[in-house]
Design a protein around this ligand. Structure first.
Ligand SMILES: [Zn+2]
Length: 169
């Protein structure tokens, strides 16, 4: 996020929010149950140094998973051993790269397609652009036949089955 709005487009601060997810859906997205666990101030993005910032959080989450912590429950007026786990992360593609260690740049940037990642290099900007996304649609999806709205050709190929976690390593 950029705390300065559009005053400084270069500034990048990263916030790490924890959401208590075992609450009813109408409560878990309320501000009260979303914790700002850390704020990594800019002006530059932390990149892979995010590990240094996340280390204490991971340590706490490990403790919450392995042994838990004793917590007072006000309604029944008693204590209980509270455990917690990291259920999922929501982040942009850049942060995904930093968190997972997967390369999200270059010719194999897609973690699903890997070597089959379809890209073209723009002639003048020399940017890498990722293409052929209609192959992820259902076989008879009408978009697969559209030419004009896309790159002038139909797309009938299918995607390969994504690798399992063990196959990636
Ligand atoms: Zn892909």
């Amino acid at each position: 996020m950029n705390p300065y709005g559009n005053l400084s487009t270069q500034h990048s601060s990263w916030s790490v929010l924890l959401v208590v997810y075992n609450l009813p859906p109408w409560l878990c997205m309320k501000r009260k149950y979303i914790m700002l666990s850390m704020m990594i101030s800019g002006p530059r993005q932390p990149g892979n140094d995010i590990d240094v910032y996340l280390s204490p959080l991971i340590k706490d989450l490990r403790k919450l998973w392995d042994e838990g912590v004793l917590v007072f429950e006000g309604f029944h007026k008693e204590t209980f051993q509270m455990r917690a786990m990291l259920f999922c992360t929501i982040n942009d593609f850049l942060a995904y790269g930093n968190l997972s260690g997967y390369s999200v740049k270059g010719h194999h940037a897609c973690p699903i397609c890997e070597e089959d990642t379809s890209y073209i290099q723009l002639k003048h900007g020399r940017k890498t652009v990722y293409t052929r996304h209609r192959r992820f649609l259902k076989h008879h999806h009408p978009y697969r036949r559209l030419k004009k709205a896309f790159n002038g050709s139909q797309e009938h190929e299918t995607v390969r089955i994504p690798l399992t976690g063990e196959q990636v390593f």
